[in-house]
Write a protein that binds this ligand. Structure first.
Ligand code: FES
Length: 305
């Protein structure tokens, strides 16, 4: 099963250096970052291709502004010799342009029939925000131009097997790559799982703020801005309870106060990369800012959920 693994890279600082440790000739897939957009994905994909990797590029439907934007992107991939793409809807409820998911596959079938392979996602454990029937309909609508499926991470082998049997019974015969997490700190893995809205297993965790809060307070003693907000009963989501693992406590700091804060550390920068609507130079995570007297009067604005 693991003789032909593919490696999925999350678009984070240091991703290229990390990828260079993979065996030459590996298949490396590059995800799309909600905050950095399509161009950053293509940029990293091109660099990896130039280093000799076979690259599958994620195309997040909601991040394309127009058909022309999609055409330009396909032209860049052609120039770089990248013929493998993976089409996802993309995070967030709003679209930057005309696409949402299956419609991008249809557009690709028209403008890029020469692509070597097109992958699509599948969800053995379901999706936290999309019902089973809609998921099936979306899968069926994409199959005509897809060559394989890649499963969302799932932490239960029986669940994957049952889903696969049901899917085959429905007549979907595409080969499946099973998504498995790589080596990663448990806290970070759970944060990513929450952020990308994995199914039932993480939905339970997202509601169990007591579990997260206990973990957070053990790891990071001291009053954080997040805790002050909790005490004031203001409406902020803090799914991981302050573990720097969800980015739901994202806020904007007034410019005048930015110089009073300790700079964000690498974990916070990584996690902010997964947040929506990140503001240049003034986005921070409230769970990572320790309150001290010089910060008395600090003004923060909650980022959109
Ligand atoms: S509460 Fe999760 S990152 Fe701050």
């Amino acid at each position: 099963m693991l003789c032909t693994p593919r490696y999925e890279l999350i678009l984070m600082p240091g991703a290229l250096d990390a990828a260079l440790g993979l065996p030459q000739g590996s298949v490396v897939t590059v995800t799309c970052s909600p905050s950095r957009g399509v161009a950053a994905t293509i940029d990293l994909a091109e660099q990896l291709r130039a280093c000799g990797y076979r690259v599958e590029t994620h195309l997040a439907a909601r991040r394309f502004e127009s058909h022309a934007h999609l055409q330009d992107t396909v032209a860049c991939l052609d120039t770089a010799g990248i013929g493998d793409v993976f089409v996802i809807g993309g995070d967030g409820d709003s679209s930057a342009g005309p696409f949402a998911g299956a419609d991008l596959i249809a557009a690709l079938a028209e403008i890029a029939p020469h692509l070597h392979s097109v992958g699509i996602p599948c969800y053995p454990e379901g999706h936290a925000a999309i019902g089973a029937q809609l998921l099936n309909e979306a899968l069926d609508a994409k199959c005509f131009f897809a060559g394989h499926m890649v499963s969302q991470i799932c932490f239960d082998a029986d669940t994957i097997e049952c889903w696969l049997v049901r899917t085959r019974d429905r007549g979907v015969a595409l080969p499946v790559y099973i998504g498995l997490p790589g080596v990663i700190a448990r806290r970070k893995l759970l944060g990513i799982a929450l952020r990308i809205r994995l199914g039932d297993s993480t939905r339970v965790l997202s509601k169990n703020t007591g579990f997260w809060r206990h973990l957070a307070l053990e790891a990071q003693p001291g009053p954080k801005i997040m805790e002050i907000i909790w005490d004031a009963a203001l409406p902020i989501e803090t799914s991981c309870g302050g573990c720097c693992a969800c980015a739901t406590c994202h806020c904007y700091i007034d410019d005048a106060w930015m110089t009073c804060l300790e700079p964000a550390d690498a974990d916070e920068v990584d996690m902010l990369d997964m947040a929506f609507d990140v503001g240049e130079n003034h986005s921070r995570l409230t769970c990572q800012i320790a309150f001290s007297e010089p910060l008395d009067g600090l003004r923060v604005t909650f980022a959109p959920a």
